[in-house]
Design a protein around this ligand. Sequence first.
Ligand SMILES: CC(C)(COP(=O)(O)OP(=O)(O)OC[C@H]1O[C@@H](n2cnc3c(N)ncnc32)[C@H](O)[C@@H]1OP(=O)(O)O)[C@@H](O)C(=O)NCCC(=O)NCCS
Length: 128
Amino acid sequence: MKILRYSKKYESLLFDLLAGEGPGWSVYYDSAGRERYIRALETSITYIACDDGLVWGYVRCRADDGFGIYIYDLLVRKSHRGRRIGKSLVQQVCRDFPDQRVYVMSDEDSYYEKIGYHRVGSIFSVNL
Ligand SMILES: CC(C)(COP(=O)(O)OP(=O)(O)OC[C@H]1O[C@@H](n2cnc3c(N)ncnc32)[C@H](O)[C@@H]1OP(=O)(O)O)[C@@H](O)C(=O)NCCC(=O)NCCS
């Protein structure tokens, strides 16, 4: 397995991964979301885990100008889960930004607790 920095040449492989995940991630690949997500990828720091022309997983994050790296998306292909790919992707982010704290916007607290990360806050959705 290789972990590579994402670039546009991997776009169709990445969308293949997203589509394989099903409705939970369709906001990123349906007709309304795909172009928006392509723009988000252009302004994000994204890594893919891949081999043999297949993207096995990816992590997408943004840097807050020296005040931390925030992970927004982490996904591993269903057929490739349980091989530490998720953890390896996050570790790659940490390796490439050794002077920054790395934070995860979690949708799956049990996973991050299992791999030893600790909670430093919560996210609230603001309703006016
Ligand atoms: C969560 C996810 C990224 C984990 O990827 P993965 O590569 O299969 O995970 P790892 O192999 O790094 O798992 C490491 C350990 O965490 C455990 N684990 C995996 N998913 C877990 C979960 N949802 N809850 C608790 N533990 C979990 C594994 O069993 C493994 O345990 P072990 O060390 O005892 O074998 C993957 O299941 C996924 O893509 N899920 C759907 C999207 C998602 O939920 N993303 C995260 C929210 S932003």
